[in-house]
Design a protein around this ligand. Structure first.
Ligand code: ADP
Ligand code: MG
Length: 777
């Protein structure tokens, strides 16, 4: 069955050499009970470990069923220990954090025996050793004799052909020793049993054969055996611990030291908590900043007006610091006036602006100061109306011409149309409280204040007979129609040559070129913190202005005004500036009154500005176009600062993460030291190096994953008090917001870092020599 041929095993410690096996040759039968007797230190355990594949011989050969083991690989030894050998130790070596059943099952667990089969065989083994009534206890609840019975059950559960026992009764009283010996003798009827003992009485009483050992050599053999012909070739079934088993082993182990585990998890999670809270805060602040900035942008677009203010020249304009001693006074423009700059809003400039990348500025509104000829039917009668918010009762004259000469437009607010043709501006910043968002250029809306108040003058100018405080149902306003009449239909030329608005409003309202404008909805600004771009009253799309302009720019009144120095309506003379205003109001000017550019994000505003600056490069002072960047005061620095603070804080929290990684490494190392015996036992049962690594990796996985989850949970809970404090201090709600993506990534980081930290000690554990591990106390 087994044959040792000239086995040598020397230990070298310092200068001394211990010959633990000094040329040992011996053979064992397939079935016999062999007792090895000898003084302490004579090499008995070493021999048993070599036979059991726990220790390697230096030279010679061990033949198993005639097969040499010289070429055995680690995996062959692992399988041999698992399939063919059962070990019993003096100190039982049960794994204390596993139940009795699980201890007995471990060998089969390692070789992947199905659960039900495993349970049956373990139960059989426990009944065989007489522990029928103690099967469901924990190892710590048993007496020494009972623990040794469990160890025996574990050794025979896989039904090995060889049972190796190293002083199995060494720790037991004589009565219990006898019981154990009887059990072992009984088991030797079916297999080869080799037992080391220092008790000659027991050896003589129970064993079939006694080998006396001293100084690493066999002194006497009571019943020697010569190995005959080769027996049937022996087969080995490879062992493989599943990840699940590794996880369960670690989990059970962790469970036995709850306090320590909790402290470890808690300490390791501090880094995660720190990072998670920092990220949650910066996340929330960034969102707040972005929101505020985009709201700021809605009411403060980059604006290019006909007359701009050159802030640069204002800054650089040097104020005189010295007192003058002349006897004269010099006429001089004020600094503000000097900074006034007339922008040439030529078609080529407008084209340049319109070519701006769409990604940088989604909305560009080109506003023209053209008037509109508007009529509304009130009580069956059409009357002239406007979108203006000027007080109609206060104006000195209701004369249209005078009104036109003083106003620069039709009134009301103009909102931009998305350059992709969509209505994103209103949808982003305004909420519809009645009706619908406008879709066509002829759709107009009423803008109300946050308290749903509507400018009374706007209502009066629209022809409503309204008193202050009067309330209107939404449906009294939504659906209101206004007729937009072209110049040619609206004005008629008198014989004197001047033009007058016609009197037959009904005919105008029904003229072919007249358009019907319809109030589709009532809108209100979304943000609590912004008043929005549109003032209370009527608002219409920039596309409508463009259409009016196209319809009227060649009308006869415009042509007449273009060729006349006097006002074609009043016949009065006027200066050049009034003339151009009149012309613009009549729709005769294609020069915009202003251009508004809405950068897509606050950051992109810089790109918009540099695009505009590029136009001015190399141009003479007069040809330059100067823009106003009202939002410029809300510096982009806040964003950059936020990033910087976040990096610093994450770095600090990251340090604690690294600290906890080192801590996990130390804890794993301690655990490895503590569990040295267990490692030896697992190896004796046939566990591979990989399996041992897996057990410890599984433990660090549990710790790291637990720490990650715990950290995220605590961080999430912390966001509530943090938010309530921040709300109290700043008035901002829900600032700290944990991004689920961040949470997942942090749990992964925590898990990976701890596994990394624990992996080195885990590898050390795997490399541990089984024989040495089992000698450890
Ligand atoms: P026994 O079991 O008969 O008491 P052992 O087989 O345990 O003896 O030991 C035989 C000899 O080998 C002893 O002198 C022991 O000190 C020595 N020995 C065993 N293991 C080691 C080791 N890992 N390193 C050095 N010496 C060892
Ligand atoms: Mg020994």
């Amino acid at each position: 069955m087994l044959e040792l041929k000239h086995i040598k095993k020397y230990y070298h410690v310092g200068d001394t050499t211990t010959k633990a096996q000094d040329d040992v040759s011996v053979a064992f039968r397939k079935q016999e009970f062999v007792a090895i007797l000898g003084p302490s230190g004579s090499g008995k355990t070493t021999m048993l470990n070599i036979i059991g594949g726990l220790d390697r011989y230096d030279s010679g050969d061990l033949l198993i069923k005639g097969r040499s083991t010289k070429d055995f690989k680690d995996s062959d030894w692992d399988a041999y220990r698992n399939n063919s050998v059962g070990f019993i130790f003096q100190s039982y070596n049960l794994i204390s954090h596993l139940s009795i059943m699980e201890n007995v099952e471990m060998g089969m667990t390692l070789s992947g025996v199905p659960a039900a089969d495993k349970r049956q065989r373990a139960t059989d083994a426990l009944i065989r050793v007489g522990l029928k009534d103690h099967m469901h206890k924990q190892p710590s609840q048993l007496s020494g004799g009972q623990m040794q019975r469990v160890a025996i059950a574990r050794a025979i559960a896989n039904d090995p052909e060889i049972l190796l026992a190293d002083e199995p009764t060494g720790a037991l009283d004589s009565e219990t020793s006898d019981e154990i010996m009887q059990l072992i003798q009984d088991l030797s009827k079916e297999r080869l049993v080799i037992m080391v003992t220092h008790n000659p009485d027991l050896a003589h009483k129970y064993a079939d054969r006694i080998i006396e050992f001293a100084d690493g050599q066999i002194q006497h053999d009571s019943h020697p055996h010569i190995e005959g012909d080769k027996e049937d070739q022996f087969q080995l079934k490879r062992t493989k611990m599943s990840y699940w088993t590794a996880l369960k082993l670690s989990f059970d182990n962790i469970r036995t030291k709850k306090g320590r585990t909790f402290l470890t998890v808690f300490a390791s999670s501090i880094g995660i908590i720190g990072i998670a809270v920092v990220l949650a805060l910066s996340n929330g602040f960034q969102k707040q900043i972005n929101k505020t900035q985009s709201e700021a942008m809605a009411s403060m677009p980059v604006t290019i007006s006909q007359v701009g203010t050159d802030t640069n020249s204002m800054m650089t304009g040097t104020k005189a610091t010295k007192f003058a001693h002349t006897k004269t006074v010099t006429a001089e423009k004020s600094d503000a006036d000097k900074a006034q700059h007339v922008n040439k809003l030529s078609q080529s400039y407008i084209n340049y602006v319109k070519k701006m990348p769409k990604a940088d500025a989604k909305n560009i509104a080109v506003t023209y100061s053209t008037g509109m000829n508007l009529l509304r039917e009130v009580n069956g009668q059409y009357k002239s109306v406007t979108f203006s918010t000027n007080d109609p009762d206060n104006s000195s004259s209701v004369n249209t011409a005078a009104l036109m000469a003083s106003s620069t437009g039709v009134g009301g607010s103009v909102y931009p149309i998305d350059r992709n043709g969509k209505q994103s501006f209103l949808k982003t910043y305004y909420k519809v409280i009645a009706g619908k968002y406008p879709t066509k250029s002829t759709d107009i809306v009423l803008v109300v204040n946050k308290d749903n108040s509507l400018n009374i003058n706007a209502m009066k100018n629209l022809g409503f007979n309204v008193k202050e405080g009067q309330k209107y149902d939404f449906n009294q306003l939504v659906g209101t129609q206004v007729k937009l009449v072209t110049n040619n239909d609206y004005y008629s030329q008198l014989p004197t040559g001047t033009y007058m608005p016609g009197k037959d409003y009904t005919a105008m309202a029904n003229a072919a070129n007249t358009k019907t404008l319809r109030v589709t909805g009532i809108i209100r600004v979304k943000s609590k913190n912004s008043d929005g771009l549109l003032s209370s009253g009527v608002a219409y799309s920039s596309a409508l202005t463009k259409e009016v302009l196209d319809a009227n720019s060649n009308s006869s009144i415009v042509q007449a005004q273009k060729s006349s120095a006097t006002n074609v309506i009043t016949g009065q003379t006027m200066d050049a500036s009034t003339r151009s205003t009149i012309l613009a109001t009549l729709g005769g000017s294609k020069t915009p009154s202003s251009i508004q550019i809405y950068p897509t994000t606050f950051k992109l505003k810089d790109k918009v500005l540099s695009y505009l600056d590029k136009y001015n490069k190399g141009k003479s002072k007069a040809d330059k176009v100067i823009y106003t960047d009202l939002a410029g005061t809300v510096s982009d620095m806040t964003g950059g600062l936020m990033d910087a603070i976040t990096y610093v804080l994450v770095a600090f929290a990251g340090i604690s993460l690294v600290t906890s990684m080192i801590m996990i490494a130390i804890i794993t190392y301690t655990s490895v030291l503590e569990r040295t015996k267990e490692i030896g036992v697992l190896k004796a049962l046939g566990a591979r190096k990989k399996d041992i690594t897996r057990v410890f990796d599984a433990e660090t996985f549990i710790l790291g994953f637990g720490a990650g989850l715990f950290g995220i949970l605590v961080a999430w809970l912390l966001t509530f008090p943090i938010n309530s404090v921040l709300y109290g201090v700043t008035g901002l709600a829900n600032v700290a917001m944990l991004n689920p993506m961040h949470a997942i990534v942090l749990v992964i980081i925590s898990t990976v870092l701890t596994i990394l930290g624990g992996h080195v000690p885990a590898r050390m554990a795997a490399k541990k020599d089984a024989a040495i591990a089992l000698r450890a106390e």
